[in-house]
Design a protein. Structure first.
Lengths: 570, 692
């Protein structure tokens, strides 16, 4: 029998649940082994009701996980079977279609029991650095080559960890200590969430989460629908073309604002690719939802009800709805372009709200270092996997410049170079802003960045490139110019591809320039003070100041004189 | 520490400068408005006031201890010196690129805080040290000279030097410093390997830049202050409170001004720690709530918890990530936007939200009657009967209950279909829950269970909310000390001379190198001790040893406290056992079969804490005289109750009062919920506990 609680009490409980899942996420950051989780925050954590509906989600985390994980728990309940769920259980999967889109995300779910009765679930997801197979990259032709597949199953049954499963996992991955450590970190993270929930239920004398769950979902649903129903009932189409792996990809969407829902239909999008850049629908949904929520209902917390009115569909076998056994390891590339595609449509319905195109997908690469094969290697040299997350520039906004070297739509952080260099014998020689890469405009696009990577003396490596926008830079809006494209080459000038695993011999470096965001509005309208500031800071060169923004030679000389005197032109 | 009969504590805050003089243990205090243009003026003014009260001359003062928000404010308001950064080629933008992420993911119009130094003030030199401290590219002196010539020509006043992996090998930074000193004799220099020798370039570079940025300002201020005090006849030594909760000499403070950031709140934590010692309490939660923010700190074994990094100048609703990280030893506290002036509104989910926007003193909460029409925490407190409209701030401000009700109704009540009282209840519950959540998260992060803790509350708004907070946190005992309004300044007088030195050096337990550890720790001990010696030539100095450990491959280290014996005659098995013990406490289970590594080594040198005599608890001596009665809302019962009103200065030792009750004084009111009772202890503390 549900007890009655006042509106004020429910408000307090909702706050508490959000704080509970935040603690859950923080525990994961602190105990995880993969740099992707502990430094970059590529994770998410949430609490669910007994039906698998998400009630609250940690703010810490990244949108791809956030929304994808929302659907995962229902799959777990179905696969495990309600009758088999007992106290002390912990479930695991890395199923791309029932988890969060690729084998490199481990999702773990723990049923939460209170006074012997199940009251809900905690779930968390983390991006791990290696899952075996070909390694993290786009080279596989099917999901079977991408690594170890763990179907939804019990990791621990009634508190007893499945040691057979642990041995299978250890035997199939490159960094077994790290992965098993991460799995335990995920377990700990759910455990901490559970403990806090139990305390809350004691304090408020709750037997179940039905009352508070109903309150959360009802208020979120009403708030979301109010926002949607205040919009014009219109529909519009958007599209964007990006590099893809071997052949280019066009993403198409029709966004329709209807009563009580917004429908995004990706019919017309390019079909699945032979290589692993395909995106399961769950991940497409995650980023389409994210884009719309940012624009329309940013402050409504994520839960089952606030996400439900955003309906996403795509025909099977398009690159945004790839089905088993398509390779999907780098599903983030297409996924990260979904928001810009949705905004191309939304801008036609709601002008002056959304940004110009940005770098889009993260500029990630993984290096697999090994002792050199063309000469004597240092004693004790061992292989090592190093993954880094990096960002180009974001698109200019109607009222603001784009953000320099800042992830959008992804929510992850970069890793400190000093931390990265402790992981393996890699050397990052350069990581700094890229002049002139932000698209010109009344508001300028965010700058991309330069990176140069090599190995310690005695090592060679493969670099797994995961870059796009080599041939398709970010496009400007309302007269803004495109951002600069991605470039990649070795320091001796040998060309390299934007995607795929490529060998780098001993002594060589890879020189990369990551893309800038596009501009918004006519560059001639830009405030001359901002042009001068950008020139002083070296965001733009003197040539660009003259050519794109019409700054006079006298003004340029004056800026140079000010720099020489150490003046701040902010 | 040498005991001086007459000591002066001075805390410069955002609004007030608090001055406390102790003469043979008797306190004399005053609050004067902070004089921004020349902060030393307020100090001189306040000093004369308390000297007059005590009937002494400034020349009689034996010691002055000073803490200030000036360093913090200079960072927040960007009022620093013309500063240049010299860094490794290829890494010019580290302090600008931050973590390459957005601290608020759903705001399309988000802007990131500008770095302290714009790009044209950041210069690079070709050089490179690797992750083992080995030189990959040697630094060429002539290249440095060319860059420094440019900086000198541009007329920079202060130079920060931050090179990659300098926490392992500072030779290149020292060479750059040598050239700067030679070519720019007047300029001030800060080295990252000295200011903050810790791994992670963003934090380290930002810290050295912050130090360089405020150094000229702080140095000049401290010089002027000393001069003015001497002019007034003060002849004693002057010391500074630092963010780690100890005291350093004025010379060291001028060299490392970034260590003065948050020294005021650190004084508050020391104040609470002192009371904890007086009561023999090993687990204390200090709760300081003022007009704009609330600060919460854990104090174990009468020592405030410390941390190695914190964030200053948050620009976006106090949100994590919206400020700048400073990696220095600091008292670990959480600060949230919850104070008496915090304003409430209803969001789109029909939820009441409180803060971080604050009504400030103008217009102030609606009840001040100065045109404020949004409900603040103080308005809710008034409507709930926690405040007496006729006796606020000693009767100096007449509060208008009707204005509070109006604001609560129009902003909250009409949207949520609540009357003013229910809206006030909702507002108070939300702000109390926000603070309780912050406390809970902080406790969990430190593996602590708050139900074993005692709360010590100070700051103007804390006593109004502390009782409810205890109910929410399951804390059974609450102490409200006298003099809570100037708690930080009193805390300065209780702080030891101390300095923490630390260094990032990686060592796996599988490569445990005892001689190396001994020499490293000895070095750190000598460094830290040197700072303390500067303050006191004779006092005994204790060393506290701490190492930060993790499973190899993790990114988050946990601090492990070692005894001097464990640290100076190190063995791997002891280190492992100590780590696993603490890890299990924090995270529930250990991870079998993984190597463990040590990342940071730290030695804190400190003079012994002042010997505090534990006081005898008061014997119950009957009920306190009741000065009046009023209706007061009790949130645990969700109803108004008839509550007794007691004047604090009429509570004799041992006087008792059962909740619901309000104990009033000029600066604040202590609310005793109906679940609690209170007794006045011999030292003047009001001791609130659960009814038996």
């Amino acid at each position: 029998m549900a007890k009655q609680h006042s509106n004020v009490a429910y408000q307090v409980m909702w706050n508490r649940l959000i704080s509970v899942v935040e603690e859950q996420a923080q525990a994961l950051v602190r105990t995880a082994f993969s740099t992707s989780v502990r430094e970059a925050g590529d994770l998410s954590a949430g609490v669910y009701d007994t039906h698998g509906k998400m009630l609250a989600q940690a703010v810490t985390g990244t949108p791809g996980h956030v929304n994808a994980m929302a659907d995962a728990v229902a799959h777990f309940i179905r696969r495990i079977g309600r009758q088999n769920i007992i106290e002390g259980d912990v479930y695991i999967t890395n199923d791309p279609w029932e988890g969060t889109g690729h084998l490199h995300d481990i999702t773990m779910v723990t049923p939460s029991f209170h006074k012997g009765v199940i009251v809900g679930f905690f779930a968390c997801t983390a991006h791990i650095v290696d899952i075996g197979g070909r390694g993290f990259g786009a080279d596989a032709a099917s999901v079977y080559e991408e690594g170890l597949y763990i179907p939804i199953m019990k990791f621990a049954a009634g508190g007893e960890v499945d040691e057979t499963l642990v041995r299978i996992i250890r035997g199939n991955v490159r960094e077994p200590d790290q992965l098993v450590g991460d799995i335990f970190a995920l377990t700990t993270c759910n455990e901490i969430g559970h403990r806090r929930l139990a305390e809350m239920m004691e304090e408020f004398d709750l037997d179940d989460l039905d009352g508070i769950g109903g309150f959360i979902l009802e208020n979120s649903r009403r708030a979301t629908l109010e926002r949607i129903n205040a919009l014009p009932r219109k529909s519009a189409s958007g599209e964007m073309t990006v590099d893809g792996f071997a052949t280019q990809i066009t993403l198409r969407v029709k966004v329709s604002i209807e009563e009580d829902r917004i429908l995004s239909d990706f019919t017309g999008t390019t079909g699945v690719d032979k290589k692993g850049i395909n995106c399961p629908l769950v991940y497409t949904k995650a980023y389409a939802c994210y884009a719309l929520k940012c624009a329309i209902a940013p402050e409504i917390p994520n839960n089952a009800a606030s996400l439900a009115p955003f309906e996403i569909t795509a025909p099977e076998d398009t690159i945004v709805n790839a089905v088993h056994p398509a390779p999907v390891a780098l599903r983030h590339i297409v996924g990260h372009f979904v928001p810009d595609t949705v905004y191309d449509a939304l801008d036609k319905i709601l002008p002056d709200l959304v940004p110009a195109e940005g770098a889009g997908c993260l500029c990630n690469f993984q290096v697999s270092l090994r002792p050199r094969s063309d000469g004597p290697a240092p004693k004790g040299a061992r292989r090592s996997e190093v993954l880094t997350f990096n960002s180009g520039g974001s698109g200019a906004r109607p009222e603001h410049d784009g953000l320099n070297a800042t992830a959008f739509p992804s929510g992850v952080m970069t890793m400190p170079v000093e931390a990265t260099e402790h992981v393996g014998p890699v050397i990052i020689w350069r990581k700094e802003l890229r002049e002139d890469s932000g698209g010109a405009g009344k508001q300028r696009g965010g700058l991309g960045q330069f990176m140069e990577v090599g190995a310690q003396e005695g090592y060679e490596f493969d670099i797994q490139a995961m870059f796009d926008r080599v041939d398709h830079p970010a496009r400007g809006r309302r007269g803004g110019a495109s951002g600069a494209p991605t470039t990649i080459a070795q320091d001796d000038g040998s060309t390299m591809n934007g995607k795929g695993k490529q060998f780098v011999p001993h002594g060589r470096k890879v020189m990369m320039a990551f893309p800038g965001g596009a501009g918004y509005g006519d560059p001639s309208q830009r405030d001359p003070a901002l042009v001068k500031r950008d020139l002083a800071r070296g965001y733009i060169s003197a040539e660009t100041a003259a050519k794109d923004y019409g700054l006079s030679p006298e003004d340029i000389a004056a800026v140079q004189a000010a720099i020489n005197k150490g003046e701040n032109l902010a | 520490m040498t005991q001086n009969a007459i000591r002066l504590g001075v805390d410069i805050g955002g609004t007030f400068t608090d001055v406390v003089l102790e003469v043979d243990g008797s306190p004399y205090s005053t609050k004067v408005l902070t004089t921004y243009a020349a902060p030393e003026n307020a100090i001189i003014d306040g000093m004369h006031q308390v000297c007059t009260k005590a009937g002494i001359a400034p020349s009689d003062i034996g010691q002055i201890i000073h803490g200030t928000t000036l360093a913090t404010n200079a960072l927040i308001e960007r009022r620093g010196a013309k500063t240049a950064l010299i860094t490794t080629q290829g890494f010019r933008d580290v302090i600008e690129m931050r973590t390459e992420s957005r601290f608020e993911q759903y705001d399309l119009n988000l802007n990131l805080p500008e770095p302290l130094l714009p790009r044209q003030c950041r210069f690079t030199v070709p050089e490179r040290v690797d992750a083992r401290g080995a030189v990959l590219i040697p630094l060429d002196r002539t290249e440095v000279e060319a860059v420094v010539d440019q900086i000198a020509a541009a007329g920079y006043d202060s130079v920060a030097i931050g090179l990659m992996h300098s926490y392992l090998n500072g030779d290149h930074e020292r060479l750059v410093a040598e050239v700067v000193a030679e070519k720019m004799p007047g300029a001030m220099i800060s080295l990252s390997c000295e200011v903050s020798p810790q791994m992670r370039e963003y934090e380290r570079f930002n810290t050295v830049v912050a130090n360089a940025y405020i150094k000229p300002l702080m140095k000049s201020y401290l010089g002027r202050l000393e001069g003015r005090l001497r002019d007034e006849g003060v002849s004693c030594n002057i010391f500074l409170m630092h963010s780690g909760g100890g005291i350093i000499s004025i010379e060291n403070a001028a060299e490392f001004p970034v260590r003065l950031v948050e020294s005021g709140p650190a004084g508050g934590a020391v104040f609470a720690a002192h009371i904890a010692a007086r009561y023999g309490l090993d687990k204390v939660l200090s709760f300081d709530m003022g007009g704009t923010t609330a600060k919460i700190c854990l104090i174990k074994d009468q020592t405030p918890k410390t941390s190695r990094v914190f964030e200053v100048a948050r620009t976006y609703r106090f949100k994590k990530g919206s400020g700048m990280p400073i990696s220095i030893p600091v008292i670990d506290m959480v600060e949230i936007g919850a104070g008496g002036g915090s304003l409430a509104h209803v969001d789109s989910m029909r939820q009441i939200r409180v803060g971080p926007e604050s009504a400030g003193s103008e217009p102030g909460p609606a009840c001040y009657g100065r045109g404020g029409n949004k409900p603040a925490v103080t308005d809710a407190d008034l409507v709930l009967g926690k405040l007496d409209p006729d006796n606020f701030a000693g009767g100096s401000i007449q509060l208008e209950t009707a204005s509070s009700e109006g604001a609560l109704s129009s902003v909250l009540g009409e949207v949520l279909d609540m009357d003013a009282a229910t809206a006030a209840f909702g507002l108070a519950e939300v702000v109390d829950e926000n603070m309780a959540n912050a406390a809970r998260v902080h406790a969990v992060e430190n593996g602590e269970d708050l139900s074993e803790y005692t709360m010590i509350a100070f700051g103007g708004a804390a006593p109004l909310h502390a009782g409810r907070l205890c109910e929410k946190l399951g804390v059974d005992r609450l102490l409200v000390p006298p003099g809570a309004g100037v708690g930080s300044a009193i805390g300065f007088l209780r702080a030891p001379f101390s300095f923490e030195a630390n260094r990032s050096v990686y060592m796996k337990l599988s490569d445990f190198d005892a001689p190396k550890i001994q020499s490293l720790l000895s070095e750190l001990k000598a460094e830290a001790t040197g700072f303390v010696r500067n303050c006191d030539a004779n006092a005994p100095i204790l060393s506290e040893f701490k190492v930060y450990m993790r499973y190899a491959g993790q990114g988050w280290e946990i601090p492990i406290v070692l005894t001097e014996d464990q640290a100076m005659t190190p063995d791997a098995a002891t280190f492992e056992a100590r780590f696993e013990e603490d890890y299990v406490k924090l995270f529930g289970r250990k991870v079998a079969g993984l190597d463990i590594e040590i990342t940071v080594w730290s030695v804190n040198a400190t003079t012994p804490p002042e010997q505090v005599a534990q006081i005898a608890m008061a014997q119950p001596a009957g009920d306190a005289p009741v000065a009046g009665r009023r209706q007061m809302f009790d949130p645990a019962k969700s109803a108004y109750q008839d509550a007794a009103v007691v004047l604090r200065d009429q509570m004799a030792e041992g006087a008792e009062i059962a909740g619901p009750a309000a104990v009033t004084e000029d600066e604040t009111t202590i609310i005793i919920p109906s679940s609690r009772k209170a007794i006045r202890q011999p030292d003047g503390c009001i001791d609130v506990s659960v009814k038996g």
